[in-house]
Ligand binder design. Structure first.
Ligand code: SF4
Length: 61
């Protein structure tokens, strides 16, 4: 499985990860991306690629 983390200090709430994630791992709450479905992560790295501030990391757990 994959471990998804969002650095809330870096997150600017643009929602790119919400739009790109095929399995709805993220949701915007109070202008921050929060993990609502992290167990479904496929490790595709799409969110990492679209995050302009480098707030997201995906690692294998
Ligand atoms: S790596 Fe892919 S499946 Fe996992 S959270 Fe990012 S966009 Fe979603």
């Amino acid at each position: 499985m994959y471990i998804v983390t969002v650095d809330t200090e870096k997150c600017v709430g643009d929602g790119n990860c919400v739009d790109v994630c095929p399995v709805q791992v993220f949701e915007l709450q109070d202008n921050k991306a929060v993990l609502v479905n992290p167990d479904e992560c496929l490790g595709c790295d799409s969110c990492v690629e679209v995050c302009e501030t480098g707030a997201i990391t995906i690692s294998e757990g």
